[in-house]
Design a protein around this ligand. Structure first.
Ligand code: AMP
Ligand code: MG
Length: 426
């Protein structure tokens, strides 16, 4: 199991552009999860622990791509119809039990193995049945077909010895199909990242509890918990820790013992009431990354010592919209890296801004937006509601985040901007 280095999150107090933060994480964060074997059917969303190499060709033999008639191309009249006796029948899974012969046609069905003939030759071309005419025991085929038409070659999908899936890939349903096609019934995957999740703040209550004056319900822990589970993490919900130094310190030290990551939101600013900072520093290190983003700074990153293990700690901001931004853009790649994934950066897509917007320079700004198609077919973004960092309803109403680059000072309606769909990161 790999270890994080001593000062894995150390950074000076400059305002840090997002790309620099992501580069630092890429450089310093290594996978910490072990590996296990799982049945193929349980592999979706798991992270492949080693390259998957196929021992077999797929398909395993030359076969017909259509229902029709297999022939020797060299038997065909180039300029006229050709009449051939239909001398055999080959269905998928039922190969011809004899060698094919020159001058005959063979009834074939999709997936049926192309038979071998004598010598090195064999039927090499297949007519679609729609293009043929039956006449008694014979089939009449038209001129003009290309040699090799409607035939699929052995190994044309994947050839024996090829790496079909690479270590670090988060497995999609299509990948399970591919793994099955090469005959794998079990897959080597990374163990799920064990994440301890908690909230802090004397004002924060669990939904269902009575709401005292000045209190709020814990929105963040539920949103983050679901995001983590979608990333394949094994989440331990530590609940809400009260703003009490000893309580927070003990909970963090205990959680470090059997988790790979500690994650919280809120309570990591520099106010007197925030005990998380002191608790992490009691048994490790904590750094505040002053990110040049809006919303979302600061982000607290640290390590809690557990014997000679160093367990990373991530403190997201408290404001719910800032939670979402920092989770999908920073915590998510960090978590995927710790989990052993190699592809951690989400894809952004260009959309047209359906609004104008004033912006401060030198920071990246994230707007919660909906996207719909304009009459010309181009996707157009509109703001999904008020853009305050505490406005959760706009996060819920949004399809994703419009990202405005650092150098921009004014967004003119109609400009193409980057859009990160939430579907891309969940
Ligand atoms: P803090 O980071 O603790 O200063 O909190 C910033 C804002 O986020 C405050 O308005 C908090 O009440 C709010 N907040 C903190 N934790 C949560 C939470 N778990 N769910 C919803 N809002 C929160
Ligand atoms: Mg607080």
């Amino acid at each position: 199991m790999a270890q994080l280095s001593d000062d894995c999150f150390a950074h000076d107090q400059r305002l840090m552009p997002l790309d620099e933060a992501l580069a630092l994480l890429a450089e310093r964060v290594v996978p910490v999860t072990g590996r296990e074997m799982v049945p193929l059917g349980d592999g979706v969303d798991r992270i492949l622990a080693e390259n998957l190499v196929t021992a077999i060709d797929v398909p395993g033999h030359d076969n017909s791509a259509v229902d029709g008639y297999a022939v020797y191309f060299d038997d065909l009249e180039p300029e006229a119809e050709t009449r051939l006796i239909v001398a055999g029948r080959i269905a998928a899974g039922h190969p011809l039990r004899r060698a094919a012969r020159r001058g005959e046609a063979l009834r074939v069905f999709t997936g049926a193995a192309m038979p071998a003939g004598h010598d090195d030759s064999g039927p090499d071309t297949v007519f679609m049945q729609e293009d043929c005419r039956l006449d008694g025991d014979s089939v009449v085929v038209p001129p003009g077909i290309a040699r090799g038409a409607n035939r699929r070659g052995a190994g044309e999908d994947v050839a024996a010895g090829a790496t079909v899936l690479e270590a670090g890939r988060r497995l999609r349903p299509e990948d399970l199909g591919l793994a099955a096609a090469i005959g794998r019934s079990r897959l080597p995957v990374r163990r799920p990242l064990r994440v301890a999740l908690f909230s802090t703040g004397d004002e924060v209550r669990d939904p269902g509890a009575a709401l005292a004056e000045g209190a709020i319900y814990d929105a963040n822990r539920y949103a983050i918990g679901a995001l983590l589970r979608r990333l394949g993490c094994a989440v331990t919900d530590l609940g809400i820790l009260t703003d009490d130094a000893a309580v927070v310190r003990d909970a963090i030290a205990a959680a470090a013992r059997d988790h790979d990551l500690l994650l919280t939101s809120g309570g990591v600013s520099v106010g007197d009431e925030d005990h998380v900072k002191a608790a992490v520093e009691a048994s490790g290190t904590l750094t505040f990354w002053r990110l040049a983003i809006k919303p979302g700074r600061p982000l607290a990153l640290g390590q809690v010592d557990d014997g000679d293990r160093k367990v990373p700690f991530v403190g997201l901001p408290g404001n719910p919209a800032a939670v979402m931004v920092t989770f999908v853009r920073l915590a998510r790649p960090l978590i995927l890296r710790l989990s052993g994934a190699s592809q951690v950066a989400p894809s952004l897509y260009p959309v047209r801004a359906g609004f104008s917007h004033d912006k401060k320079p030198d920071r990246r700004e994230f707007l919660r937006c909906r996207v719909s198609r304009a009459e010309d077919g181009i996707p157009v973004a509109t703001k999904a509601g008020r853009q305050g960092a505490g406005i959760l309803s706009a996060v819920s109403a949004a399809d994703g985040l419009v990202e405005l680059p650092e150098e921009m000072t004014y967004l003119e309606a109609g400009t193409l901007v980057d859009f990160l769909p939430f579907s891309e990161v969940s």
